[in-house]
Design a protein around this ligand. Structure first.
Ligand code: TPP
Ligand code: SF4
Ligand code: MG
Length: 273
């Protein structure tokens, strides 16, 4: 039987503002699928987002939600988690939101290993403001700020998350819907900073400028360029050009920030006594 996810969305906020063919709704649905899979509820889950097309998702989702300032979702989420460690905290962010204006918050959230799951909607561009290049726009791709193609080398946000200390790092795409939901659900299981990059099509601001065809063509591009991690490892260097690995990319154990902070509170309380 087809399962209904309607209850997870604020009907009075629909229809959404995303362009026809935008992949943001697919990633939003994957998050909800993962929440349901883990048995999390609308009362014990908080969704926090920054600013951008992708970050509008928090307004459509019927949980306790916070639509914060551009790039600042992770510090807000950190405060929520510290104030009430029982809550499940999910951050929705864009490639610009997370790695440009929010880049510092991102690396320090990972460094502290705050127990939250960050889902980065990577459409390779600033969608909301009309198509400026982001730090994740691939080399030589066009943007309104790079009409001849960008010469800035892009971040690999997964490498960045791992290097900064994230304890779970994965990537998937809006084409690999079930895989994406599974990667997010596995991130929920990690007691620490979990980071999932969801590659997503933006036919309006990125696809059109780079002649990537219809939204369906962009999904085929994700199908053909996203390579499962096991196959990626066997792929010779010359065949990796233009492609990227998807799946679990990194996992390790480290004490999470709330547990460490709790110990400080106990020590400080002990001093007073
Ligand atoms: C402090 C501040 N600076 C700039 C902006 C303008 N702004 C809004 S969204 C955005 C970029 C969004 O890009 P991204 O995070 O990739 O999200 P997308 O729209 O692509 O989903 C910018 C620069 C803002 N809202 N606030
Ligand atoms: S501009 Fe791009 S990311 Fe924004 S709603 Fe339209 S297709 Fe989606
Ligand atoms: Mg973007």
């Amino acid at each position: 039987m087809e399962r209904s996810y309607e209850k997870y969305f604020r009907q009075n906020r629909l229809p959404h503002m995303w362009c026809p063919g935008c992949g943001n709704g697919t990633v939003m649905k994957a998050i909800v699928t993962a929440i349901e899979k883990k048995g999390w509820t609308q009362d014990n889950t908080v969704i926090v987002s920054g600013i951008g097309c992708s970050s509008r998702a928090s307004g459509y989702m019927d949980f306790d939600t916070l639509h914060t300032a551009h790039g600042r979702a992770i510090p807000f989420a950190t405060g929520i988690k510290i104030a009430n460690p029982e809550l499940n905290v999910v951050v929705i962010t864009g490639d610009g939101d997370c790695t440009a204006i929010g880049g510092n918050h991102f690396i320090h959230g990972a460094r502290r290993n705050v127990d939250m799951t960050v889902v980065l909607f990577n459409n390779n561009i600033y969608g909301m403001t009309g198509g400026q290049a982001s730090p994740m726009t691939p080399l030589h791709k066009k943007a309104t700020t790079a009409p001849y193609g960008t010469v800035d080398r892009p971040f690999d946000a997964c490498h960045l998350a791992q290097a900064a200390g994230a304890t779970y790092v994965a990537r998937s795409t809006a084409y690999h819907v079930q895989h994406l939901a599974d990667m997010i659900a596995d991130g929920f299981d990690n007691d620490g900073f979990s980071f999932i990059e969801a590659v997503v099509q933006c036919p309006t601001a990125f696809g059109r400028k780079n002649k990537m065809g219809s939204p369906a063509d962009m999904m085929k591009w994700m199908r053909d360029t996203g390579v499962m991690q096991a196959a990626w490892e066997k792929l010779p260097e010359e065949k990796r050009e233009g492609k990227f690995p998807i799946g679990l990319l990194h996992k390790c154990q480290a004490e999470d920030y709330v547990t460490a902070y709790q110990q400080v509170i106990e020590i400080a309380g002990g001093d007073k006594a």
